[in-house]
Design a protein around this ligand. Structure first.
Ligand code: UFG
Length: 332
């Protein structure tokens, strides 16, 4: 058997590919457009194709050349909340319409399983904390909406064509492979932790914290951080779950612990030994107050056991990557 990883040159996808190759159980095929991904992030033992998953002729060729692919792990999407508020159609085109094109080719080529990156952003302003998989999904930004639409499309594709799927709804992903060889490299960077670490590196003067008047203990947003290694474990377990004939279902993936933006800065000060100056800035549109997962379902059904449950350890791994790669992959 073989696994196709879409978006395998991206931040989370590259950790997945690394893990699959190191497992050594099956062939790993990677497709990435390299619009945001990095060729150098892809493990050299994976088979790599540069291309767009919405290009159906291209995808047919990949599935024909590797007829043993029975499962797809799909990371290839745009994922920035603020960008999606400014340019929603980019998200509905690439993320949502791309999913339709992908499922058409999977159906045609008889590929039966898909595990896909969904997001906490599908819940919008959640009706309960911690968030359960049954908590109503009411996104407040086009990014979350595009992912919710992808989940819906998969539900109907399962019913009609029997393509079994698992959406994994990640909370905030942070950290890197502990040896510092692969990590997060977005251009431009918009995520909290990498920007905080850029201040520690001396690449920025200070971090702007977006809003301190939210309904949270210190007024700044609270998020639940999960490490890409733990996500990779969950994806492997989800593929196995589908291959064992289990029904399609969604899982939240988070640590079940919330950290405010100020707490993240404080933890980064401890890890890096740098003062990391901050200023309070205006709220960023589209940010909910608090996002904390219940991941009990993933633990109970998939047997998922996240190992990176300490925020300082997560930050240490990110710091190992940023310190050894001050300019990221340096390929732009
Ligand atoms: N933040 C700042 N200053 C910055 C950058 C971010 O204060 O310079 C704040 C944000 O306002 C937010 C928090 O830090 O309160 C986290 O922001 P990120 O941009 O790091 O992450 P998001 O919570 O916006 O989004 C991430 C992923 C999404 C996913 C979401 C789920 O990018 O794909 O987590 O919680 F949906």
């Amino acid at each position: 058997m073989a696994i196709l990883v879409l978006g395998g040159a991206g931040y989370i996808g590259s950790h997945m590919v690394d893990r699959l190759v190191n497992e050594g159980q099956e062939k790993v095929v990677v497709v990435d457009s390299l619009v945001t991904g990095h060729r150098a992030a892809v493990h050299p033992d994976a088979v790599f194709y540069q291309g767009d998953l919405a290009d159906q002729d291209f995808m047919r060729t990949v599935f024909k050349e590797h007829a043993d692919i029975d499962a797809v792990i799909h990371f290839a999407a745009y994922s920035l909340v603020a960008e999606s508020m400014a340019d929603p159609l980019k998200y509905f085109d690439n993320n949502t319409a791309g999913m339709v094109k992908l499922l058409e080719v999977m159906h045609e080529c008889g590929v039966r399983y898909i595990v896909f990156s969904s997001t906490a952003a599908t819940y919008g302003i959640p009706e309960e904390i911690p968030i359960l998989e049954t908590t109503p999904q009411k996104p407040i930004n086009p990014y979350g909406e595009s992912k919710l639409m992808m989940e819906t499309i998969m539900r109907w594709a399962d019913q009609a064509y029997g393509i079994k799927y698992v959406p994994l709804r990640y909370f905030n992903v942070a950290g890197a492979k502990p040896d510092g060889s692969i990590g997060e490299d977005h251009g431009p960077e918009t995520h909290l932790l990498p920007i905080v670490l850029q201040v520690a590196q001396g690449k920025r003067e200070k971090i702007a914290i977006f809003g301190d008047d939210y309904n949270t203990p210190d007024g700044t947003n609270v998020r639940d951080y999960v490490h890409p290694f733990d996500l990779a474990d969950a994806h492997l377990l989800a593929v196995e779950y589908l291959r064992n004939g289990n029904p399609s279902t969604a899982f939240n993936l988070g640590s079940s612990t919330g950290f405010s933006n100020l707490q993240i800065v404080e933890a980064a000060r401890k890890v890096t030994g740098h003062p990391i100056p901050l200023e309070i800035a205006d709220r960023r549109p589209g940010d909910p107050d608090t996002l904390i997962a219940s991941s009990e379902k993933a633990r109970a059904i998939l047997g998922w056991q996240p190992k990176f449950d300490n925020i300082e350890t997560i930050i240490q791994t990110a710091w190992a990557w940023h310190s050894s790669h001050p300019d990221g992959y340096n390929d732009r």
